[in-house]
Design a protein around this ligand. Sequence first.
Ligand code: MAN
Length: 519
Amino acid sequence: MVYKRLFTPIKSNLTFGLLILNLIVFLSVLVHAGQNNIPKGVAKSDAHLYEKKGSTWKCLDGSATIEYEAINDDYCDCADGSDEPGTSACPNGRFFCTNSGHISSYISSSRVNDGVCEPECCDGSDEYDGKIECPNDCEKVGAEYRRHAEQLAKMRAKGAQIKSEYIEYGKKSKQQLESELNRLKTLLEATKIRVAEREVALKKVQEKEKAESKTKDHIRIQKYQVKIRTLREREERLREQIDTLLNILKDMKKDHNQNYHDMAVKAAIKGYDEFVEEYEREMEENMEFDQEDEIDEEEVKGEESQAPEIETSLPSLSERISGALLDVYNDILETFGLSEYVIRKPEQQYSRPSDGGKSKEVIAAYDAYDEAEEEKRKVENDITEVNKKLEKDYGTQLEFAKLDGECFSHDAKDYTYTICMFDKATQKSNKDHVSTHLGYFEKWIGAESKEDDKYYTAQLYTRGTRCWNGPERSVKLYLECGIENKIFSVAEPEKCEYIMKMTTPAVCPSIEKLNHEEL
Ligand code: MAN
């Protein structure tokens, strides 16, 4: 813990080489400080603030002007304690541990000469009033520090190496995506042309079929006209036959011997009377009906082009006429037992017109067009997908591309947390294995601006499953340099707001930066 406090400020910035450099500089500072009479407890970097320019000196916060000699007089004059850098007179003041040139660090002035050896001051310089004696641990601390610094440097170097591979991967996959995009764009143009061609072909066969269907309608109408003419002739013949039959019966009625009281003749005459009455009425009605439905052949010819599909489920006019007359004719034959005297023609079969579906040619043209359209849609979707990938923010050197879609898990006793980079985060109960969605990747949040180095050190995942009576779950993922991609801690400081910490080579310094630091 102490050790950590001691090294934390420099841990992340210094390499071992730099440390050595610092030590040399520091030692020379001590010599120089002695020469220039820098007040006790003032670091070389702050020496200019304590430079003697006259008999007085102004507190660093400007709160007072004191005699230069009053610096370190064990009396606190300045509000910020800056006049007592080497004593404990000011509670807020800072004391600079000399640390025999090992590790430079400040402690609060209040901890100077307080009877406790401060671990930050490994040389015991904080207890200089002689009341207690603090051991000089600087050799040990320095060795420990160097060991740690070496480990850190090795890890950063290895991390930098892996990062360079990530960068290489990022560049390559971007190039691949770009060439894939170009290929798809060219393909899209070709599919567009194919769609247009097939559309033209489809229109052509559609028009051809339309023209053919017009011709077919024309032929059909002509056939119906012939049929109607035939039926009319037939109707005429039937009328003549009915008239003949009626005349026979009429003569029988007129000429029969009334005294003979033949019951069959009487029944026939009664039947004849009833039939004539009904027949005349029906003929009258049929006349009206025929007039209503009369088709002007010229008119039909003119309308041919707009001829609608002929309804096949209803009986046609010719069928209706023929049907009605046949019924009457058959009635007479039946009523008067004349059936055997009439030679029946075979019953007319009225074939159903075709179902009128599309032709095979049109269906094939439709299929070809649909196929081209489908292909075009697919290419467009692929382009959208590739563009989405290209638009993803994989860092200044594309170092995060390698991690896209990679999932990392961490067992935190009650739950196992998983983060799939640039995708989503989940929390799975270790008891019942129920999985809870913690959010989708939204953005980088390491800093406000992309220009800031820290920008690419934290990600935000939002829109997770809503917390009962609370917000939607979300995750902040903090990244630190490490040679492994590994979540090392998960916390839920606020209900349903999770903090994950993970090491990854992607945030290690680049090789160039390391080389630059070592110089
Ligand atoms: C579940 C988990 C917890 C969360 C509670 C909120 O138990 O997702 O992390 O705090 O729900 O009700």
